[in-house]
Design a protein around this ligand. Sequence first.
Ligand code: 13P
Length: 251
Amino acid sequence: MKKLMAANWKMYKTGAEAVATLNELAELLKGTAPEGREIVIFAPFTALERASGAMEAIKGGMIGAEDVYPAAEGAFTGEISPAMIKACGASWVLTGHSERRHVIGESEDFVGEKTAFALANGLRVMLCIGETLEERESGLLRNVLERQLKLGLKNVPAETPVEALAIAYEPVWAIGTGKTATTDDIVETHAICRELMREILGEKADKTPLLYGGSVKPANAGSILALDNVDGVLVGGASLKADSFTQIINA
Ligand code: 13P
């Protein structure tokens, strides 16, 4: 399986800024993702169309949206549909990111609705899961991951192609804090995720990329990518500058 090198730009970059970063990235990568790697950049809605155009200069590069609403169209002020995302040239979407769960207040059921609807409407979905520090310290790690995976993947259409889904494990306490999980934590937690994915997805589980996210940087990306059951990384802060994301992509 190719390693998936994913960037989540969150609420950073206008369209023009996104294009400038992608142009720089294309130059640093000499127009192609390295052998055995694919790149996906999750960009703000307002930058999606221009970012998709600029990404054409990088072979093996794709663009995704950071959120989606589970309806084809309608009176849902401020929301956007899978068709609108695809019309911008983007092929992926994030669901269940911890900031949407914990800052915006999205429920686990709603994350599941978004995931299923986006997959049924031809988007590739990266479902994010992860525990808070309080949950980890209370011994609830496995319960939280199991609940988020089961509810996040409920109603996933059976005909979903295996390449359409990815799971990103991001411990909430490691996001934007500079605190990376230890390699032992990542190995242990990714093994739990993979086991749960096998229970839920059956034989597709081993072909479904499982990414790690949370304070990934050029200095730790190589050792994280070498761990068992780590099929890629989802990078926030360190993906905003083309040179540091290039170092991660090449790690
Ligand atoms: P940081 O890499 O800034 O910790 O963010 C991780 C993240 O939330 C990616 O989705």
